[in-house]
Design a protein around this ligand. Sequence first.
Ligand code: ADP
Length: 196
Amino acid sequence: MKHIVPHDFSVKKEQRNRLNGHGSFLIWFTGLSGSGKSTIANAVEAQLLERGIHTYTLDGDNVRKGLNTNLSFTPEDRTENIRRIAEVSHLMIDAGLVVLAAFVSPYAKDREAIQKIVGYTNYIEVFVNTPLEECERRDVKGLYAKARAGEIKNFTGIDAPYEAPVAPHVQIDTMKVTVANAVEQILKAIESKLNI
Ligand code: ADP
């Protein structure tokens, strides 16, 4: 950008990581609404807290109600939603946090863009793979019933697409795996990034 010359701050991510005693990166949970993203992300965060890791969780509740309150669920706004979340995540990674983000994020190109923003090595993708029928059966927030009734438009899985990740770092089949097992799987996958 023109006329924006970055200041060379002397305190950098590496120093913050050293102070905290662990690395900072983003754990991105993608999957259908009701697949279990928030449940698993919260359980992972609780485990990390136990271990003295500095964390923050971003999800629809704290982002759509504030920063992204002006965005809808059209494809363009979904892309902008994810872009802003990725930028916030990038700042939080720089601040030394392990960021957990739980968003449907249905488009492969948007998930690709996140990696460009935060850096490929700072990104761990967790695909919470629960079949639509099961998410609809759970209908945690009653949203599927509303979408089927036509009260909600552009609802992922009903009248908007979900592009499943082809090569996620972690894949969780919540029909077969308990929340505790899912947490174990994820902790194993991030072990090397936590260690500095
Ligand atoms: P999302 O954040 O993906 O919209 P939630 O985490 O809010 O989904 O809801 C998922 C629901 O599925 C919760 O009620 C949770 O208790 C339930 N559930 C059942 N089995 C599992 C599992 N193995 N892993 C995660 N969630 C599960």
